[in-house]
Ligand binder design. Structure first.
Ligand SMILES: O=C(O)CCC(=O)C(=O)O
Length: 368
Protein backbone atom coordinates (compact mmCIF):
# COMPACT_ATOMS: atom_id res chain seq x y z
CA UNK A 1 0.00 0.00 0.00
CA UNK A 2 2.83 2.35 0.85
CA UNK A 3 4.20 1.79 -2.67
CA UNK A 4 0.78 2.47 -4.15
CA UNK A 5 0.66 5.84 -2.39
CA UNK A 6 4.23 6.77 -3.35
CA UNK A 7 3.78 5.75 -7.00
CA UNK A 8 0.42 7.54 -7.20
CA UNK A 9 1.86 10.77 -5.85
CA UNK A 10 4.76 10.64 -8.32
CA UNK A 11 2.37 10.06 -11.24
CA UNK A 12 0.06 12.86 -10.09
CA UNK A 13 2.87 15.39 -9.86
CA UNK A 14 4.08 14.49 -13.36
CA UNK A 15 0.74 15.15 -15.09
CA UNK A 16 1.26 18.87 -15.62
CA UNK A 17 -2.22 19.88 -14.44
CA UNK A 18 -1.32 22.31 -11.64
CA UNK A 19 -0.49 25.98 -11.32
CA UNK A 20 -2.08 29.32 -10.43
CA UNK A 21 -5.39 30.47 -11.95
CA UNK A 22 -4.54 32.35 -15.15
CA UNK A 23 -6.65 34.13 -17.73
CA UNK A 24 -5.80 35.28 -21.27
CA UNK A 25 -5.75 38.96 -22.14
CA UNK A 26 -9.30 38.65 -23.52
CA UNK A 27 -10.47 37.31 -20.15
CA UNK A 28 -10.80 33.67 -21.14
CA UNK A 29 -9.22 30.94 -19.03
CA UNK A 30 -5.65 30.13 -20.12
CA UNK A 31 -5.43 27.61 -22.91
CA UNK A 32 -3.08 25.26 -21.05
CA UNK A 33 -5.51 25.08 -18.11
CA UNK A 34 -8.46 24.31 -20.41
CA UNK A 35 -6.46 21.65 -22.23
CA UNK A 36 -5.12 19.95 -19.10
CA UNK A 37 -8.56 20.04 -17.44
CA UNK A 38 -10.14 18.52 -20.54
CA UNK A 39 -7.44 15.87 -20.84
CA UNK A 40 -7.35 14.66 -17.24
CA UNK A 41 -10.67 15.86 -15.81
CA UNK A 42 -9.09 17.78 -12.95
CA UNK A 43 -6.78 20.73 -12.40
CA UNK A 44 -5.04 21.84 -9.20
CA UNK A 45 -5.16 25.64 -8.84
CA UNK A 46 -2.31 26.49 -6.51
CA UNK A 47 -2.29 29.11 -3.73
CA UNK A 48 -5.82 30.39 -4.38
CA UNK A 49 -6.78 30.93 -0.73
CA UNK A 50 -4.37 33.18 1.13
CA UNK A 51 -3.47 33.11 4.81
CA UNK A 52 -6.27 35.38 6.11
CA UNK A 53 -8.97 33.51 4.26
CA UNK A 54 -7.57 30.12 5.31
CA UNK A 55 -7.37 31.19 8.96
CA UNK A 56 -10.97 32.36 8.90
CA UNK A 57 -12.10 29.08 7.33
CA UNK A 58 -10.18 27.14 9.99
CA UNK A 59 -11.83 29.07 12.79
CA UNK A 60 -15.32 28.82 11.33
CA UNK A 61 -15.10 25.11 10.60
CA UNK A 62 -13.66 24.40 14.04
CA UNK A 63 -16.51 26.36 15.60
CA UNK A 64 -19.03 24.60 13.33
CA UNK A 65 -17.82 21.19 14.51
CA UNK A 66 -17.89 22.30 18.16
CA UNK A 67 -21.50 23.39 17.71
CA UNK A 68 -22.51 20.21 15.81
CA UNK A 69 -24.37 17.44 17.68
CA UNK A 70 -22.14 15.56 20.14
CA UNK A 71 -23.41 12.26 18.76
CA UNK A 72 -25.44 11.14 15.78
CA UNK A 73 -28.58 10.75 17.86
CA UNK A 74 -28.11 13.92 19.92
CA UNK A 75 -29.79 17.30 19.52
CA UNK A 76 -27.22 18.99 21.77
CA UNK A 77 -23.69 20.16 21.14
CA UNK A 78 -20.72 19.76 23.49
CA UNK A 79 -21.78 22.92 25.36
CA UNK A 80 -25.22 21.45 26.12
CA UNK A 81 -26.90 23.85 23.69
CA UNK A 82 -29.18 23.08 20.75
CA UNK A 83 -26.79 21.79 18.10
CA UNK A 84 -26.30 23.17 14.60
CA UNK A 85 -28.49 21.49 12.04
CA UNK A 86 -31.21 20.55 14.55
CA UNK A 87 -34.54 21.61 13.07
CA UNK A 88 -33.21 21.66 9.51
CA UNK A 89 -35.36 19.81 7.02
CA UNK A 90 -32.49 19.38 4.59
CA UNK A 91 -29.67 16.92 5.34
CA UNK A 92 -26.69 18.40 7.19
CA UNK A 93 -24.30 16.29 9.30
CA UNK A 94 -23.32 12.76 8.20
CA UNK A 95 -21.64 10.31 10.55
CA UNK A 96 -19.54 7.22 9.95
CA UNK A 97 -17.62 4.70 12.06
CA UNK A 98 -13.86 5.39 12.09
CA UNK A 99 -12.08 4.26 8.90
CA UNK A 100 -15.31 2.71 7.58
CA UNK A 101 -16.86 2.95 4.14
CA UNK A 102 -20.46 4.09 4.68
CA UNK A 103 -21.55 4.03 1.01
CA UNK A 104 -19.57 1.36 -0.87
CA UNK A 105 -21.64 -1.64 -1.95
CA UNK A 106 -24.88 -0.11 -0.62
CA UNK A 107 -27.89 1.33 -2.47
CA UNK A 108 -27.13 4.81 -0.98
CA UNK A 109 -26.96 7.74 -3.41
CA UNK A 110 -28.65 5.80 -6.20
CA UNK A 111 -26.22 2.89 -5.80
CA UNK A 112 -23.45 4.88 -7.42
CA UNK A 113 -20.74 3.44 -5.10
CA UNK A 114 -20.90 -0.21 -6.14
CA UNK A 115 -17.75 -1.55 -4.45
CA UNK A 116 -16.77 -1.48 -0.78
CA UNK A 117 -13.38 0.07 0.01
CA UNK A 118 -10.96 -1.51 2.51
CA UNK A 119 -12.01 -0.80 6.11
CA UNK A 120 -8.85 -0.81 8.27
CA UNK A 121 -9.17 -1.47 11.99
CA UNK A 122 -9.21 1.78 13.99
CA UNK A 123 -6.98 2.24 17.03
CA UNK A 124 -8.61 1.57 20.41
CA UNK A 125 -10.40 4.52 22.04
CA UNK A 126 -11.41 6.21 18.78
CA UNK A 127 -14.98 7.51 18.95
CA UNK A 128 -17.72 5.15 17.81
CA UNK A 129 -18.73 7.52 15.03
CA UNK A 130 -17.52 10.86 13.69
CA UNK A 131 -18.83 13.50 11.30
CA UNK A 132 -17.26 13.00 7.87
CA UNK A 133 -19.58 15.10 5.67
CA UNK A 134 -21.54 18.32 6.12
CA UNK A 135 -24.09 19.36 3.49
CA UNK A 136 -25.60 22.83 3.17
CA UNK A 137 -22.40 24.14 4.75
CA UNK A 138 -22.89 27.78 3.72
CA UNK A 139 -25.70 28.19 6.28
CA UNK A 140 -23.18 27.50 9.07
CA UNK A 141 -20.22 29.67 8.10
CA UNK A 142 -19.61 33.21 6.91
CA UNK A 143 -16.08 32.21 5.88
CA UNK A 144 -17.39 29.38 3.66
CA UNK A 145 -19.90 31.82 2.15
CA UNK A 146 -17.09 34.27 1.35
CA UNK A 147 -15.00 31.56 -0.30
CA UNK A 148 -18.06 30.64 -2.38
CA UNK A 149 -17.98 34.22 -3.69
CA UNK A 150 -14.26 34.05 -4.66
CA UNK A 151 -14.02 36.16 -7.85
CA UNK A 152 -11.31 34.15 -9.59
CA UNK A 153 -13.03 30.84 -8.91
CA UNK A 154 -16.35 32.23 -10.14
CA UNK A 155 -14.61 33.46 -13.30
CA UNK A 156 -13.34 29.92 -13.83
CA UNK A 157 -16.88 28.60 -13.31
CA UNK A 158 -18.14 31.03 -15.97
CA UNK A 159 -15.34 30.02 -18.35
CA UNK A 160 -16.09 26.31 -18.00
CA UNK A 161 -19.90 26.31 -17.68
CA UNK A 162 -20.89 29.60 -19.36
CA UNK A 163 -21.74 33.02 -17.92
CA UNK A 164 -25.16 31.72 -16.86
CA UNK A 165 -23.67 28.84 -14.81
CA UNK A 166 -25.74 27.61 -11.87
CA UNK A 167 -24.95 26.18 -8.44
CA UNK A 168 -24.93 22.45 -7.67
CA UNK A 169 -24.36 22.03 -3.92
CA UNK A 170 -21.83 22.80 -1.17
CA UNK A 171 -20.27 20.41 1.31
CA UNK A 172 -17.39 19.84 3.68
CA UNK A 173 -15.49 16.55 3.68
CA UNK A 174 -13.75 15.96 6.98
CA UNK A 175 -11.07 13.29 7.16
CA UNK A 176 -9.43 13.24 10.56
CA UNK A 177 -6.30 11.06 10.87
CA UNK A 178 -7.10 7.54 12.05
CA UNK A 179 -10.84 8.28 11.79
CA UNK A 180 -11.84 9.73 8.39
CA UNK A 181 -14.13 7.41 6.42
CA UNK A 182 -13.70 6.31 2.78
CA UNK A 183 -15.79 7.55 -0.08
CA UNK A 184 -15.97 4.54 -2.40
CA UNK A 185 -15.19 4.82 -6.12
CA UNK A 186 -17.98 6.52 -8.01
CA UNK A 187 -18.93 9.00 -10.71
CA UNK A 188 -21.12 11.81 -9.40
CA UNK A 189 -23.61 12.21 -12.21
CA UNK A 190 -26.89 10.32 -12.12
CA UNK A 191 -29.04 12.01 -14.72
CA UNK A 192 -27.69 12.46 -18.24
CA UNK A 193 -25.59 9.36 -18.97
CA UNK A 194 -27.96 8.11 -21.65
CA UNK A 195 -28.45 11.49 -23.29
CA UNK A 196 -27.29 11.76 -26.90
CA UNK A 197 -26.03 15.23 -25.94
CA UNK A 198 -23.73 13.88 -23.20
CA UNK A 199 -20.24 15.35 -23.34
CA UNK A 200 -17.38 15.71 -20.91
CA UNK A 201 -18.93 18.70 -19.13
CA UNK A 202 -22.57 17.62 -18.83
CA UNK A 203 -22.61 16.86 -15.10
CA UNK A 204 -20.57 19.92 -14.08
CA UNK A 205 -17.60 20.12 -11.74
CA UNK A 206 -16.71 20.61 -8.08
CA UNK A 207 -14.19 23.00 -6.63
CA UNK A 208 -12.38 21.27 -3.77
CA UNK A 209 -10.58 23.85 -1.64
CA UNK A 210 -8.00 22.36 0.71
CA UNK A 211 -7.60 23.74 4.22
CA UNK A 212 -4.67 21.57 5.29
CA UNK A 213 -3.60 20.31 1.89
CA UNK A 214 -4.26 16.84 0.57
CA UNK A 215 -1.98 13.79 0.37
CA UNK A 216 -2.03 10.37 -1.25
CA UNK A 217 -3.19 8.90 2.07
CA UNK A 218 -5.99 11.30 2.91
CA UNK A 219 -6.89 12.83 -0.46
CA UNK A 220 -9.34 12.15 -3.26
CA UNK A 221 -8.07 9.81 -6.00
CA UNK A 222 -9.25 10.01 -9.59
CA UNK A 223 -8.85 7.93 -12.74
CA UNK A 224 -7.72 10.64 -15.18
CA UNK A 225 -9.65 10.89 -18.44
CA UNK A 226 -12.66 8.83 -17.30
CA UNK A 227 -14.89 11.92 -17.43
CA UNK A 228 -14.97 11.43 -21.23
CA UNK A 229 -15.89 7.75 -21.23
CA UNK A 230 -19.55 7.87 -20.19
CA UNK A 231 -20.91 5.67 -17.43
CA UNK A 232 -18.24 3.26 -16.30
CA UNK A 233 -18.82 -0.15 -14.78
CA UNK A 234 -16.82 0.40 -11.60
CA UNK A 235 -17.47 -3.11 -10.32
CA UNK A 236 -15.84 -4.56 -13.46
CA UNK A 237 -12.97 -2.09 -13.18
CA UNK A 238 -12.18 -3.20 -9.63
CA UNK A 239 -12.68 -6.89 -10.45
CA UNK A 240 -10.36 -6.67 -13.46
CA UNK A 241 -7.72 -5.04 -11.26
CA UNK A 242 -8.32 -7.58 -8.47
CA UNK A 243 -8.22 -4.76 -5.90
CA UNK A 244 -9.76 -1.38 -5.12
CA UNK A 245 -6.25 0.10 -5.35
CA UNK A 246 -6.75 1.03 -9.00
CA UNK A 247 -3.39 1.28 -10.75
CA UNK A 248 -4.70 3.89 -13.21
CA UNK A 249 -5.72 6.26 -10.39
CA UNK A 250 -3.78 9.22 -9.02
CA UNK A 251 -4.29 11.26 -5.85
CA UNK A 252 -4.99 14.98 -5.65
CA UNK A 253 -1.79 16.35 -4.11
CA UNK A 254 -2.37 19.82 -2.68
CA UNK A 255 -0.90 22.37 -0.32
CA UNK A 256 -3.14 24.37 2.04
CA UNK A 257 -5.03 26.97 -0.02
CA UNK A 258 -4.94 24.99 -3.28
CA UNK A 259 -8.31 24.45 -4.98
CA UNK A 260 -8.93 21.50 -7.28
CA UNK A 261 -11.44 21.77 -10.11
CA UNK A 262 -12.71 18.22 -10.51
CA UNK A 263 -15.08 17.00 -13.20
CA UNK A 264 -18.07 15.22 -11.62
CA UNK A 265 -17.98 12.53 -14.34
CA UNK A 266 -14.51 11.33 -13.28
CA UNK A 267 -14.22 8.01 -11.50
CA UNK A 268 -13.09 9.17 -8.06
CA UNK A 269 -13.07 8.21 -4.40
CA UNK A 270 -10.98 8.41 -1.25
CA UNK A 271 -9.54 5.80 1.09
CA UNK A 272 -9.99 5.75 4.86
CA UNK A 273 -7.50 8.18 6.37
CA UNK A 274 -4.84 5.94 7.89
CA UNK A 275 -2.26 8.72 7.71
CA UNK A 276 -1.31 11.21 10.38
CA UNK A 277 -2.65 14.40 8.81
CA UNK A 278 -6.17 15.75 8.52
CA UNK A 279 -7.91 16.74 5.30
CA UNK A 280 -10.78 19.21 5.28
CA UNK A 281 -12.17 19.96 1.82
CA UNK A 282 -14.50 22.88 1.19
CA UNK A 283 -16.50 21.58 -1.77
CA UNK A 284 -18.71 23.65 -4.05
CA UNK A 285 -19.98 22.68 -7.46
CA UNK A 286 -21.38 24.38 -10.53
CA UNK A 287 -23.34 23.33 -13.60
CA UNK A 288 -24.12 24.53 -17.05
CA UNK A 289 -27.62 26.00 -17.02
CA UNK A 290 -28.57 23.72 -19.94
CA UNK A 291 -27.80 20.66 -17.78
CA UNK A 292 -30.36 21.66 -15.14
CA UNK A 293 -33.07 23.85 -16.69
CA UNK A 294 -36.30 21.87 -17.13
CA UNK A 295 -34.57 18.69 -16.00
CA UNK A 296 -36.19 16.24 -13.60
CA UNK A 297 -33.51 15.08 -11.18
CA UNK A 298 -32.56 14.79 -7.51
CA UNK A 299 -33.05 12.08 -4.97
CA UNK A 300 -29.48 12.16 -3.59
CA UNK A 301 -28.69 15.65 -2.28
CA UNK A 302 -32.20 17.06 -2.62
CA UNK A 303 -35.70 15.70 -3.22
CA UNK A 304 -36.56 14.81 -6.79
CA UNK A 305 -38.02 17.76 -8.68
CA UNK A 306 -38.16 19.49 -12.03
CA UNK A 307 -35.64 22.32 -11.94
CA UNK A 308 -37.58 25.24 -13.39
CA UNK A 309 -36.29 28.78 -13.96
CA UNK A 310 -37.68 30.03 -10.63
CA UNK A 311 -35.91 27.34 -8.63
CA UNK A 312 -32.64 27.96 -10.45
CA UNK A 313 -32.93 31.70 -9.81
CA UNK A 314 -33.78 31.19 -6.12
CA UNK A 315 -30.82 28.86 -5.65
CA UNK A 316 -28.47 31.12 -7.63
CA UNK A 317 -29.20 34.05 -5.29
CA UNK A 318 -26.79 32.38 -2.86
CA UNK A 319 -23.99 33.28 -5.30
CA UNK A 320 -25.07 36.93 -5.15
CA UNK A 321 -25.14 36.84 -1.34
CA UNK A 322 -21.67 35.29 -1.32
CA UNK A 323 -20.32 37.96 -3.66
CA UNK A 324 -21.64 40.68 -1.34
CA UNK A 325 -20.26 38.91 1.76
CA UNK A 326 -16.87 38.74 0.11
CA UNK A 327 -16.97 42.35 -1.10
CA UNK A 328 -17.50 43.50 2.48
CA UNK A 329 -14.61 41.43 3.84
CA UNK A 330 -12.16 42.01 0.97
CA UNK A 331 -13.14 45.47 -0.36
CA UNK A 332 -9.95 45.90 -2.42
CA UNK A 333 -10.66 42.81 -4.53
CA UNK A 334 -12.49 43.11 -7.88
CA UNK A 335 -15.84 41.45 -7.23
CA UNK A 336 -17.25 38.89 -9.61
CA UNK A 337 -20.11 40.05 -11.83
CA UNK A 338 -22.67 37.24 -12.11
CA UNK A 339 -24.38 37.64 -15.46
CA UNK A 340 -27.87 36.23 -14.65
CA UNK A 341 -28.41 39.02 -12.08
CA UNK A 342 -26.95 41.95 -14.04
CA UNK A 343 -29.41 44.87 -14.23
CA UNK A 344 -31.65 43.61 -11.40
CA UNK A 345 -33.07 46.38 -9.20
CA UNK A 346 -32.88 44.38 -5.98
CA UNK A 347 -29.51 43.37 -4.59
CA UNK A 348 -28.70 40.51 -2.28
CA UNK A 349 -27.14 42.25 0.69
CA UNK A 350 -25.04 40.31 3.16
CA UNK A 351 -25.31 41.13 6.88
CA UNK A 352 -24.19 39.35 10.01
CA UNK A 353 -27.69 37.78 10.20
CA UNK A 354 -27.54 36.40 6.68
CA UNK A 355 -26.84 32.83 7.68
CA UNK A 356 -30.32 32.62 9.24
CA UNK A 357 -31.83 33.40 5.84
CA UNK A 358 -29.86 30.46 4.43
CA UNK A 359 -31.46 27.90 6.76
CA UNK A 360 -32.36 24.89 4.61
CA UNK A 361 -31.21 26.65 1.44
CA UNK A 362 -29.88 23.30 0.28
CA UNK A 363 -33.42 21.96 -0.14
CA UNK A 364 -33.07 23.75 -3.48
CA UNK A 365 -29.73 22.15 -4.48
CA UNK A 366 -29.49 21.28 -8.15
CA UNK A 367 -28.22 17.74 -8.03
CA UNK A 368 -28.05 15.91 -11.34
O1 LIG B 1 -13.60 14.35 -0.46
C1 LIG B 1 -13.83 13.16 -0.59
O2 LIG B 1 -13.28 12.30 0.07
C2 LIG B 1 -14.84 12.68 -1.62
C3 LIG B 1 -15.34 13.76 -2.50
C4 LIG B 1 -16.35 13.30 -3.47
O3 LIG B 1 -16.55 12.14 -3.67
C5 LIG B 1 -17.14 14.26 -4.20
O4 LIG B 1 -16.99 15.47 -4.00
O5 LIG B 1 -17.95 13.80 -5.03
Amino acid sequence: MENYFIRGERKALALGNRGPIKFRSDGRLSQHICEAYSRYGFYVFQSVLKTDELNELHLDIESMLERAPVAESSELNQFGQKALGVGCKAPTFFWAAPLSDPFGGTPAAGGRHPVKMPEPCPQPHTPEKAIFLVLGSLQFSHACLRTYGHPQLLRVAAAINGEDFTPFNEALFIKKPGIGASVAWHQDGLTHWDSDKLDEGTHGFNFMAQLYGSTARNGVWVVPGTHKLGKINIKNLVEAEGSPYLSSAVPMICAPGDVVMSNRQLVHGSFANTGDSARVTVNFGFHRKSSVLGVKAGGVHNAEAIYDAKRIEDRSRVIMLAIDARRKRFPKEDSFCYEPFVGRKTRDIWSIDSLESLKDYNLLDLSI
